[in-house]
Design a protein around this ligand. Structure first.
Ligand SMILES: *Cc1c(COP(=O)(O)O)cnc(C)c1O
Length: 381
């Protein structure tokens, strides 16, 4: 037997309380029991998203929520400003183009943070822009973009909505939907919500509903108004992902128990320990100091070491699954996920497996230095 550790930024480990809740016998969704759970989820999600806006629950992975944002907010030919510094920003551009939008494409290096001043300038140059799209926590790079600063800019443009992919932000870093003027914020179940994949949630501000009213892009399954109208009757337009909703009630109960502040401080501690541990092994962090999130820690593969082998040895020999790099960074970086159901000793375990793997690959470093550095963070030294 080999005990397995899932150290990826999605899917993430699922707590046993949630697994057991999902194993209950199936219930029908047009029942008072299900309605009560659905409303409890909406309420819990409002807490997690820190919002009084509508929260809609969709049966799809995160990309479905991304796609629904374009279909529900715009008309073909509308201009949107998309700032991208990673794989998921790239996906936003692809989606916008599929829907016939004109994209003002602010492209950054994957090691850079989106500059709010660039958004302000783009809005000045394109006063007709109907939307600004930013990924808060870029899972491909670990970079954290300052959506608070960008929200403060976009809020003054009455006909322009601010869409935030916080799929690995929610449940890891602060995301104050209302206070920061974020019109549409989305997350997915297999990330910070600690559930299996298959559910997404999206928040819709009054400004976003005004954009919905003028939008003419085709939509059916993801038509947000269907969800809102049904939610007013405590139900869903289509068969919901019943087991996931049942699991979500349990996950949200755990999150409320820990509190948002507690969740965020745990994640920042896990991220700090991972960073300190990797640096103590002589490796360099990928994300710049001014924009490091707490969901995932990407690290440059040291010179002379085969990055793909780091990932495969850790997985096959030690049962620890971390993520490799994506696109241009395949084999050049590895990524340790610590988003959701993670504790201090998951990081210690991962750093130990990493040290053993690096030693096997002939990398020169001081054995034990990584876990020692992480221990110091956990001990508050
Ligand atoms: C996971 C993720 C998504 C959505 O991916 P799915 O595979 O469709 O769930 C989108 N954006 C970010 C930043 C993500 O981490």
């Amino acid at each position: 037997m080999q005990k397995k550790y899932l150290m990826t930024p999605g899917p993430t480990p699922v707590p046993s309380e949630v697994l057991l809740a999902q194993a209950r016998p199936m219930i029908h969704h047009r029942t008072p029991d299900f309605s009560a759970m659905l409303m409890e989820c909406v309420d819990g999600l409002k807490y997690v998203f820190q919002t009084a806006n509508d929260v809609l629950i969709l049966a799809c992975s995160g990309t479905g929520a991304m796609e629904s944002s374009f279909a529900n907010l715009f008309c073909a030919g509308d201009t949107v400003i998309v700032a991208r510094n990673g794989k998921f920003g790239d996906r936003m551009v692809s989606l916008a183009k599929v829907y016939g939008l004109v994209v003002v494409d602010l492209t950054y290096e994957w090691t850079e943070v989106v500059r709010p001043a660039d958004i302000a300038k783009a809005l000045e140059e394109h006063p007709d822009a109907r939307g600004v799209v930013v990924v808060q926590s870029e899972t491909s790079t670990g970079v954290l973009n300052d959506v608070e600063a960008i929200g403060a800019i976009v809020k003054d443009f009455d006909d322009c909505v601010f869409i935030v992919d916080s799929i690995t932000g929610i449940g890891a870093v602060p995301c104050l939907t209302d206070e920061w003027h974020l019109d549409v914020v989305m997350t997915g179940s297999q990330k910070g919500l600690m559930l299996p994949p298959g559910l997404a949630a999206v928040t819709v501000s009054p400004k976003a509903w005004r954009a919905y009213e003028r939008s003419t892009l085709p939509k059916f399954y993801f038509d947000w108004m269907r969800y809102k109208k049904n939610l007013d009757k405590q139900t869903t337009p289509f068969t919901p992902a019943v087991s996931l909703v049942v699991g979500l009630t349990e996950a949200l109960r755990l999150m409320r128990e820990e509190t948002i502040e507690g969740i965020i401080s745990r994640h920042s501690r896990l991220a700090e320990a991972t960073r300190k541990g990797c640096e103590a092994l002589g490796m360099k962090l990928f994300a710049p100091p001014e924009g490091r999130g707490s969901a995932v820690t990407p690290v440059w593969v040291p010179e002379g070491v085969d990055g793909k082998k780091i990932v495969s040895i850790m997985k096959n020999k030690y049962g620890v699954t971390i993520a490799g790099g994506q696109d241009d960074y395949v084999g050049r970086i590895f990524r340790v996920g610590h988003l959701g159901y993670f504790g201090d000793f998951d990081i210690i375990t991962t750093l130990a497996a990493l040290e053993m793997t690096l030693a096997e690959l002939g990398y020169d470093f001081e054995r034990g230095a990584g876990i020692k550095a992480a221990e110091a963070v956990f001990m508050g030294e």
